[in-house]
Design a binder for this molecule. Structure first.
Ligand code: GDD
Length: 438
């Protein structure tokens, strides 16, 4: 049997409030490392449940797990409140006919520590292999192919890797693999100087021996802590203290095990992106919608009937949404439950969330429109894209403009909102550009 664990993380710890939003949050800023990058959208909903191509972000890796032979269980591991995932987990278990369970950590244990914390539960089915997936990556998840490759290689784990541009590689874990055997020879997490253009995609398959490797890191830490207390070394080095049960997969496991014939790599030639900012969720929506064309075309609006809107390219429309037949939708549009789209409306490259109302002749392009927002007649909600970016093409540090309306924002008639972020519950009666409306 095989089990899959998806790391969903948890709420950001900062107490700075919405005033901490910076202009760079409105754009794709690959250099940013703040935990607030998904705001204001994550003020309403845990990031893993934010809809991408009409489905919660975490739905995409879960449904990819369905393709794993002999899959017994999918576990979501995170430190969000249990109730935030309860509804979703029971709905998805029924829909996919795979048992999906949410396991809550009392505090963050790190990416490997989170897995280790639930080792007894995970091992209940006595799995031969354990998949570990970051929830904030967007790719085709070639899981059966990885498992097959791993069986051939042996060792305790195989990582999914991709080639990216040298400029963007330092945002990720960089690695060197043997071109013949695919063994992982060297691994450095987000290095300051260039190591390699092959990076870690955050998708792994392990044998249960991974638990021994994590335990060894924990006990080594305990030993060092004891030593420090004895020698009062700790007082000199306070910054190096990490709790024994906090273990990072990349720095603490992958780096030391590289070059020891324990870890191997499987390179994907398909798409891969990381979803850290709202701007990236729009890009990833586009990638998943185009994947639907191959894997689940029934998810896409066809726009063939006389009653339905004019549809261009890949578009998702929730069955409960009402879209006027004279509206023109697409490409890259997803419209969530109970949204209403009026006559003559034009939507291009946008995510329209639940209960949004878009009135006649409004235009929305390169934008995310938050739950229950309304856009008045002849209004425009838009952003200018300066460069289209993919990690593979590697135009790095460039800006993908996205306008974001938070929850329950009202844009009145004939107002133009350009490249801005609007926080929840605001009413806009004048046009704005490059602004953050608090
Ligand atoms: N449950 C749980 N508990 N999940 C966690 C924790 C934790 O304490 N810490 C992180 N995660 C989850 C995050 O939600 C995310 O899904 C995943 O683990 C990795 O997050 P980070 O450890 O913050 O790393 P990262 O996303 O900056 O980079 C990692 O992923 C890249 C690919 O997207 C690294 O592994 C990079 O090397 C890799 O390129």
């Amino acid at each position: 049997k095989v089990v899959a664990v998806i790391l969903v993380g948890g709420p950001t710890k900062d107490n700075s409030g919405p005033n901490d939003l910076r202009v760079s949050d409105s754009v794709l800023d690959l250099g940013s490392t703040t935990g607030t990058r998904f705001r204001p959208l994550s003020l309403n909903i845990p990031k893993p449940l934010f809809p991408i191509a009409g489905q919660p972000m975490v739905h995409h890796p879960i449904s990819a797990c369905k393709r794993i032979p002999n899959l017994a269980q999918v576990y979501l591991v995170g430190f969000y409140e249990e109730r935030e995932f309860a509804l979703y987990v029971s709905a998805i278990s029924n829909e996919l006919k795979v048992p999906v369970r949410y396991l809550r950590e009392d505090k963050p244990h790190g990416s490997a520590g989170g897995l280790y914390h639930f080792r007894n539960l995970i091992m209940e089915d006595n799995p031969s292999h354990i998949f570990l997936l970051n929830c904030d990556v967007c790719c085709s998840f070639p899981l059966p192919e990885m498992l097959e490759a791993h069986r051939k290689y042996g060792g305790i784990g195989t990582l999914l890797v991709i080639k990216v541009s040298p400029e963007s590689a330092s945002q990720f874990g960089e690695l060197v693999a043997d071109p013949v055997t695919n063994e992982l020879l060297h691994y450095t997490e987000k290095p300051e100087t260039f190591v390699s253009d092959r990076i870690n995609c955050g998708v792994y398959v392990f044998t249960p021996e991974i638990f021994t490797a994590i335990r060894d890191v924990s006990s080594q830490r305990n030993d060092t802590a004891t030593l420090r207390r004895v020698s009062s070394y700790e007082a000199l080095q306070p910054a190096t203290r990490i709790p024994a049960d906090f273990v990072r997969l990349d720095q603490d496991i992958l780096s030391p095990l590289a070059g020891k014939k324990q870890l191997y790599t499987y390179e994907t030639m398909d798409f891969w992106e990381q979803i850290k900012s709202p701007g990236m969720s729009l890009r990833c929506s586009e990638l998943y919608l185009s994947q639907f064309r191959l894997t689940s075309p029934h998810m896409l609006a066809s726009g063939d009937g006389t009653k339905s809107a004019i549809v261009i390219g890949d578009v998702y429309i929730h069955p409960s949404a009402k879209v006027h037949p004279t509206a023109k939708i697409g490409p890259n549009v997803s419209i969530s439950a109970n949204a209403r789209v009026g006559p003559g409306v034009r939507l291009i490259s946008c995510i329209i969330l639940d209960d949004v109302e878009i009135m006649e002749n409004a235009v929305v392009t390169n934008a995310i429109v938050g739950w229950k927002s309304s856009i008045g007649r002849w209004s425009r909600v838009q952003a200018f894209i300066t460069l289209l970016i993919t990690q593979a093409e590697g135009v790095y540090n460039s800006k993908l403009g996205v306008t974001i309306l938070g929850d329950s924002v009202a844009v009145e008639d004939e107002v133009v909102v350009t490249s801005s972020i609007v926080l929840p519950n605001k009413t806009l009666n004048v046009s704005v550009q490059d602004e953050i409306i608090l």
